[in-house]
Ligand binder design. Structure first.
Ligand code: URP
Ligand code: ZN
Ligand code: ZN
Length: 472
């Protein structure tokens, strides 16, 4: 794979957030150097005929959990399998998480996470720094991380006892990020109340996985969303609400944006395709859907889709947080069966990194809900802009990284865990038929997926230093 080689993509239909036209794309030294019709190069260069195919900017998934450790459980995709799965699904950049805590400084957390990813990642990557311990020093560190280490976004959890941040910690952190061009991403659920409900249910003997769903009410997501929006308003610092699952918290986001409070928000594909009826069964299979926030009512799905159309929600990320259903699958332990007799012990999360573009294309574009431009904006351009990666990532333009997905909008395929790339042993979308398929993926000009073959390399993915956030 030579960086200086020239690659030409002929006759593709180029889709960006704003344009849609047929042209050729010339690539050299990892960048797009020309977009014009009728470009010709010598025969010995790499030429890809893309007639009939869409050329999409590589997907930017700003919410993934590869090799993340929560309690005793580590997500089952490593940086090699997870980034390969992402690439097969048309994603060329991820933003994962580096965990700071009382005994691991911000810098150590970032170095540790880069150490996990380098020499394994097949696509480009960055990290949000998870803040679970705030004191004088960590607030100083925040500034340094933004200004010198290329990490301009952070994550704080209002739920999960082990890593939960209280309101004062969020308030203090927002003051620093707001003044330094940084952005805090928030998991908004009222953790203390939810933990109380969980304890009450376990005490009553309601231990099957479905009770996870019934222990995390939508209004407790809305309450936390409202509370953190008030902190954002108070500090005049932007916030980004991750995985909005329901109308109750969406309405808080909409009301805040109307008031010009700097709130951005994402949802994830599983909230658009599944609902809480799955929690009615006592079967352990329901553990697949043990995610936080949980799946919501059927009626929420349409409301979320419409919010995506209207820009009330700006991003679709995956929250890819995979744990295997079978203990010991590919040697992975402490996975979903950890909570066989107690739903509160089931590691929370579901896979999605490989299916984001295909399922949103099917459910959004093919169903006539999203235009092609809006699709690109939601899965690539806006996450790149919000998280300080644009225009290097998130578009097809002269000067941008040549991260390009050639997508056949007509080819049919069926999603199945039997042929996916991820280490996880199930797909939420098993059997779903998609009209549209990722055919070729280029990362900085290098072909990494060719039809159904991985042709990338696990040390080509690079750590991305990011700039100022919220440039939307
Ligand atoms: O259930 C989930 N979403 N697990 C991943 C961690 C998080 O809350 O994002
Ligand atoms: Zn979360
Ligand atoms: Zn997450």
């Amino acid at each position: 794979m030579s960086n200086s080689s020239i690659t030409l993509i002929k006759n593709s239909r180029i889709i960006t957030d704003k344009s849609d036209f047929v042209s050729d794309i010339l690539i050299q030294n990892e960048k797009i150097i020309s977009i014009e019709k009728g470009i010709n190069v010598e025969e010995n260069f790499n030429v890809h005929n893309a007639e009939g195919l869409l050329a999409l900017p590589g997907g930017v998934d700003c919410h993934t959990h590869l090799e993340n450790k929560f309690g005793q459980s580590i997500t089952c995709d490593t940086f090699d399998t997870g980034t390969r799965a992402a690439a097969f699904g048309g994603t060329t950049t991820i933003i994962d998480f580096a965990f700071q805590n009382k005994s691991r400084s911000a810098q150590q957390a970032i170095e540790y996470s880069i150490g996990l990813a380098e020499n394994k990642a097949g696509i480009d990557y960055s990290f949000h720094l998870v803040l679970s311990h705030i004191d004088q020093q960590s607030l100083i560190d925040l500034k340094n991380v933004i200004n010198n280490l290329g990490i301009s976004s952070f994550k704080m959890f209002m739920a999960y006892p082990a890593i939960m941040a209280n309101d004062a910690a969020i308030y203090q952190s927002l003051k620093v990020t707001g003044e330094n061009g940084g952005l805090i991403c928030i998991h908004a659920e009222n953790g203390p109340v939810i933990d109380q409900i969980v304890k009450e249910n376990i005490k009553k003997g309601l231990t099957s996985p479905g009770h996870h769903g019934f222990s995390r009410p939508a209004i407790m997501e809305a309450e936390a969303t409202n509370r953190v929006i008030k902190l954002s308003e108070l500090t005049n610092a932007p916030i980004y609400i991750v995985h909005v699952s329901c109308k109750e918290s969406l309405y808080e986001v909409i009301a805040a944006r109307k008031k010009k409070i700097k709130v951005y928000a994402e949802t994830c594909p599983h909230y658009l395709f599944f609902d809480d009826s799955v929690y009615k069964s006592d079967d352990f299979d329901v553990a697949k859907y043990v995610i936080s926030p949980p799946l919501r009512k059927k009626e929420d799905q349409e409301i979320l889709w419409q919010a995506l159309v209207k820009d009330d929600l700006q991003v679709i990320s995956t929250d890819h947080c995979p744990y295997t259903m079978k203990e010991g699958h590919l040697g992975k332990t402490n996975q979903k069966p950890l909570g066989l007799n107690d739903f509160s012990k089931i590691p929370n999360g579901a896979p999605g990194i490989e299916t984001r573009l295909p399922v949103i294309f099917e459910g959004g574009v093919n169903k006539g809900i999203l235009s092609l431009n809006r699709f690109v904006e939601l899965v690539s351009t806006t996450p790149a802009k919000i998280f300080g990666l644009f225009p290097q990532k998130g578009t097809i333009a002269v000067g941008s990284d040549a991260d390009i997905v050639l997508f056949d909008p007509k080819e049919k395929n069926t999603i199945s865990a039997s042929n996916h790339q991820s280490n996880v042993d199930y797909s939420l979308y098993e059997g779903m038929e998609i009209n549209g398929k990722v055919k070729k993926v280029f990362l900085r000009g290098s072909l990494i997926v060719d039809k159904d073959q991985w042709v990338g390399s696990y040390n080509y993915g690079k750590f991305l230093k990011r700039g100022e956030t919220c440039k939307v």
